[in-house]
Design a protein around this ligand. Structure first.
Ligand SMILES: *[C@@H]1O[C@H](CO)[C@@H](O)[C@H](O)[C@H]1NC(C)=O
Ligand SMILES: *[C@@H]1O[C@H](CO)[C@@H](O)[C@H](O)[C@H]1NC(C)=O
Ligand SMILES: *[C@@H]1O[C@H](CO)[C@@H](O)[C@H](O)[C@H]1NC(C)=O
Length: 320
């Protein structure tokens, strides 16, 4: 009698162990567990002593399990090769790390536009740690624009923020759209600064005070023979303030002839004006060509006047 009671007690204890074991079975399954014995995997976890189904070979993954062998009753089904995931939600094998309908836990749905990345709902169009896909991290300085990592400091289609497009001809410098043709701080490229006095013309730094193709402003071209002096087109061949070069000034009374300052009042080849040449034997007196041999107002030299009654002969005043 005593032996029988002990035996019943033993049976009771061992069935409790089996039930407790069943609850823990799922946790104890190693994911890398050898799958050679499918019978074990398909043992229902309420402690049944015999496997309920048998499958031939190792190809369970390729076979479709009958609908009633669901993971709520047979959790180990989810651990098999080819299973949609190791976790069981609503009788279906899922992976709560990646399933957007069961993200992190059964029934937790991700919002529209989100997917489940590592058990967290993420918007892969805008999340820079999961840009375009889970775990696709953007580099530092980049943000996620429509699922693509973009540098908002330099991408002209996402300049300063997603979908901020620079206009044609502009590019993105430090997150701002800049005209590369005319911005003197970004001339021809980001952070290419023109020097003081320069302007940006067609993407190149130009001195508007001295560049004869951009004289006083972009694309203001000087005529042939002119140069750019202080932002103005000048002909250095006859400009008395820029005679032969910028800022070469002739003295007062001088004129600029063929790039040189000339005294027009006594210069016989520029007498009274550039290129006015006196004849052989003539002098230039006060800007006029005079024959000092016979001119009684310039007799023997400029400004040597004979008396009114006298005449000039071979450079000498004499009685007429
Ligand atoms: C599973 O379903 C099949 C067909 O409906 C049935 O024959 C079988 O008894 C069911 N098994 C269990 C364990 O319910
Ligand atoms: C030009 O020549 C005249 C006549 O010799 C002279 O009086 C004048 O000072 C000269 N001017 C200059 C700028 O040298
Ligand atoms: C003109 O006069 C100035 C001042 O007298 C003199 O220095 C210069 O040599 C003269 N030039 C000519 C071409 O005679």
């Amino acid at each position: 009698m005593e032996a029988l009671r002990l035996f019943i007690l033993f049976l009771l204890l061992s069935s409790i162990t089996i039930i407790v074991g069943a609850f823990r079975a799922d946790d104890m399954i190693d994911e890398d567990e050898d799958l050679s014995n499918f019978d074990d995997f398909l043992t229902p976890d309420f402690g049944g002593s015999k496997p309920l189904i048998r499958l031939s070979g190792r190809s369970l993954a390729q076979q479709k399990l009958p609908g009633n062998y669901t993971c709520d009753v047979y959790p180990r089904v989810c651990r098999l090769k080819g299973s949609a995931g190791p976790d069981c939600c609503y009788k279906k094998c899922v992976n709560v790390k990646t399933d957007s309908l069961n993200c992190f836990m059964c029934g937790h749905k991700c919002n529209n536009g989100e997917i489940c990345c590592n058990g967290k709902c993420r918007n892969i169009l805008s999340d820079k740690n999961n840009c375009g896909g889970c775990n696709n991290k953007c580099k530092s300085g980049e943000i996620c624009c429509n699922g693509k990592c973009r540098s908002i400091v330099s991408d002209k289609n996402n300049c300063g923020g997603c979908n901020i497009k620079c206009k044609a001809g502009e590019f993105c410098c430090n997150g701002k759209c800049r005209s590369m043709v005319s911005d003197k701080n970004n001339c021809g490229g980001c952070n290419i600064k023109c020097k003081a006095g320069e302007i940006c013309c067609n993407g190149k730094c130009r001195s508007m005070v001295s560049d004869k193709n951009n004289c006083g402003g972009c694309n203001i071209k000087c005529k042939p023979g002119e140069i750019c002096c202080n932002g103005k087109c000048r002909s250095t061949s006859n400009d008395k303030n820029n005679c032969g070069g910028c800022n070469i000034k002739c003295k007062s009374g001088e004129i600029c002839c063929n790039r040189k300052c000339k005294n027009k009042s006594n210069d016989t080849i520029n007498c009274g004006g550039c290129n006015i040449k006196c004849k052989f034997g003539e002098n230039c007196c006060n800007g006029k060509c005079k024959n000092t041999l016979y001119d009684k107002n310039n007799c023997g030299g400029c400004n040597i006047k004979c008396k009114p009654a006298d005449r000039c002969d071979y450079g000498f005043c004499g009685y007429a």
